[in-house]
Design a protein around this ligand. Structure first.
Ligand code: GTP
Length: 337
């Protein structure tokens, strides 16, 4: 009898060759960015050259082949956007009602059978997720949490680390002066699927309810340098815009800029019309927006089809789509829709 067999190819040891999945938590209502988030979900707010969520998707390493977006608020708007947008495979997983950061992960759990990346959908950072995944495999714990150093950690989830970077303690928003360290949870994670066993049904907070329960399973910290911004409030969204603009310099795409305009770089504009006005630094002007004579705009975002009238002043503000700043009006530290 002739035996026909085949030799199994050994699985590669190198974890970087494996494809992985990522979950982006994008179901929040973005209440702190109202009234802008009454018009659009936070992930689709324009940040320089593309919506906030695309900055996150594009920063994922090549090894991530499928991205799950855990969605709830304005799910249809997000669905419509991704139908029209080429790129990595993005699968929207809906929660009928918001389940919190832990419940949202659990809701995607049926697709997660191996090490996966999870992150908040409103973080802009310079983290190298491929290197974080490598470190996660080296440590061999149930999870690795990206950590960012701040001077005042009282508004954040704070961790203390052992010598070998194991997380020993979690403090959620400690009082000033009582924080165990200045390392905060940066909202970017690598997890083993076993974490899902520690998430109960319904609304569950990953930070408050799950992390403290799994410290003995090996939860590690991964700190990084560069930049990290939680874009949940206007000031921070504009800070993220400033960081990205400073990397790109002055860019005018298909825009008509009056020769007498005073442009202070860096700024980004597409299909805009700028009269003899002062623009910059740190301004993004989206499609079909118009800036009239004598206006002054700095550190602001003008969304599509907006108008800034003659002699108007816009500082540290977001002007929503189709909104108008009247002649001579001053808009400062606000969101105008
Ligand atoms: P605020 O209402 O302004 O606090 O914003 P938010 O609703 O986005 O909440 P927060 O900034 O605390 O959320 C951090 C990240 O988690 C964001 O990317 C949210 O979209 C996401 N998130 C928060 N709660 C939920 C939820 O219940 N389900 C899902 N899928 N994502 C959530």
């Amino acid at each position: 009898m002739k035996f026909v067999g085949h030799v199994e190819t050994p699985a590669p040891d190198d974890n970087s060759l494996q494809t992985m999945k990522a979950v982006i938590l994008a179901g929040g209502m973005g209440t702190r960015l109202r009234p802008l988030t009454n018009l659009m979900p936070k992930p689709l707010i324009p940040l320089v050259d593309k919506p906030l969520i695309l900055h996150i998707i594009d920063s994922l390493p090549e090894s991530i082949d499928t991205v799950f977006l855990a969605v709830n608020y304005m799910k249809d708007v997000l669905e419509d956007y991704f139908k029209r947008t080429p790129g990595k495979e993005v699968i929207l997983v809906e929660e009928r009602e918001p389940l919190g950061t832990g419940g949202a992960l659990k809701n995607v759990g049926r697709y997660l059978d191996d090490t996966f990346v999870a992150c908040n959908g409103d973080i802009i950072s310079s983290i190298d997720i491929a290197s974080m995944i490598e470190e996660h495999h080296l440590k061999g714990g149930i999870g690795t949490i990206a950590l960012w150093r701040v001077s005042d950690p009282s508004a954040f989830g704070v961790v203390s680390l052992s010598e070998d970077k194991r997380i020993e303690l979690f403090q959620e928003k400690p009082k000033r002066g009582e924080a165990c360290s200045n390392l905060i949870n940066a909202g970017i994670y690598v997890f083993e699927p076993e974490i899902l066993d520690f998430i109960g049904d319904g609304f569950v907070s990953l930070e408050r309810e799950v992390f403290p329960k799994i410290l003995n399973r090996g939860l590690y910290g991964y700190s990084f340098d560069g930049y990290w911004v939680d874009c949940g409030v206007r000031e921070n969204l504009l800070e993220a815009q400033r960081i990205l603009l400073s990397q790109r310099g002055e860019i005018h795409l298909n825009s008509k800029v009056d020769v007498k305009a005073k442009i202070i770089p860096p700024n980004f504009m597409t299909n805009a019309e700028i009269g003899p006005a002062t623009v910059g630094p740190g301004v993004c002007i989206c499609d079909r927006s118009v800036v009239h004579n004598g206006a002054q705009i700095s550190n602001s975002l003008l969304m599509e089809n907006s108008v800034v009238g003659k002699g108007a002043v816009v500082r540290n503000s977001i002007i929503g789509p189709n909104a108008r700043v009247n002649d001579g009006e001053t808009v400062e530290n606000s969101i105008l829709v």
